[in-house]
Design a protein. Structure first.
Length: 247
């Protein structure tokens, strides 16, 4: 029986690929036979993450919020492999502050990386998918897009925007063989989560039915399914990977 999650021969473009969930997604796709462009602003880290994966992983350095960087990276992938079948919009950052203390700069940076970055990548890559009549776009939102969270106005707004953006793309591109879906992780054991105060993290862990944090590989497996041929009738969905936590 063919592997349910087989990505054999496909070309994927993954943002925020140097560490955490993004690095896990790159590894998972390469292990399933895909060729993966791993895009991240930290060039040294993304090269180190890709080194053990051989020729199946192409590290690319650039800022996802800059149109010129995105377009240059996409052009490099097309020059090497001729197409992009899967876009994984994973890049993101957190700048926590309560409404009274939030700065214009933190708000703008969060929207630029988390939301504008996904828009720029979609605009650069989706037309080629539509022309070929097949493609998968999977973007990272968060549990807080649906629930809100104390001190996360900018982050929650950006991740809520990902859901609206994705559902619009699902309508615009669905008739051309391209699906667009969202993965909404809960609390996953990554560098980003280590910014959370230990007491807050311990209290949150206690409200997860499994009593533990998620693992990056568990989120990556959902990306794999949504990118596979078996998810062809899944479009505009928001898939929670949160262990049952509801903030």
């Amino acid at each position: 029986m063919a592997d349910l999650l087989s990505q054999d021969g496909r070309v994927a473009f993954v943002t925020g690929a140097a560490r955490g969930i993004g690095a896990a997604v790159v590894r998972a796709f390469v292990e399933k036979g895909a060729r993966v462009a791993a895009f991240d602003r930290d060039g040294e880290a993304v090269r180190a993450a890709c080194a053990p994966l051989g020729e199946g992983a192409l590290p690319l350095a650039g800022d996802v919020s800059r149109r010129s960087d995105v377009e240059a990276a996409v052009a490099a992938v097309l020059a090497r492999w001729g197409r992009i079948d899967v876009l994984v919009n994973n890049a993101g950052l957190v700048r926590d502050a309560t409404l009274r203390k939030a700065t214009d700069e933190d708000w703008a940076l969060t929207q630029d990386v988390n939301l504008k970055g996904a828009f720029l990548c979609g605009r650069a890559i989706a037309p080629g998918m539509a022309e070929r009549g097949h493609g998968r776009i999977v973007s990272a939102s968060s549990i807080v897009a649906r629930t809100g969270n104390f001190g996360q106005s900018a982050y929650a707004a950006s991740k809520g925007g990902i859901i609206g953006l994705t559902r619009t793309w699902a309508r615009e591109l669905g008739g051309r063989g391209v699906t667009a879906n969202v993965v909404a992780p809960g609390f996953v054991d990554t560098d980003m989560l280590r910014q959370v105060p230990p007491a807050v993290l311990a209290e949150t862990r206690g409200r997860i039915p499994a009593g533990r944090l998620g693992r990056p590989e568990e989120v990556a497996s959902v990306y794999l399914f949504l990118a596979s041929r078996h998810a062809g009738f899944v479009n505009g969905a928001v898939v929670g990977v949160d262990g049952g936590l509801r903030l």
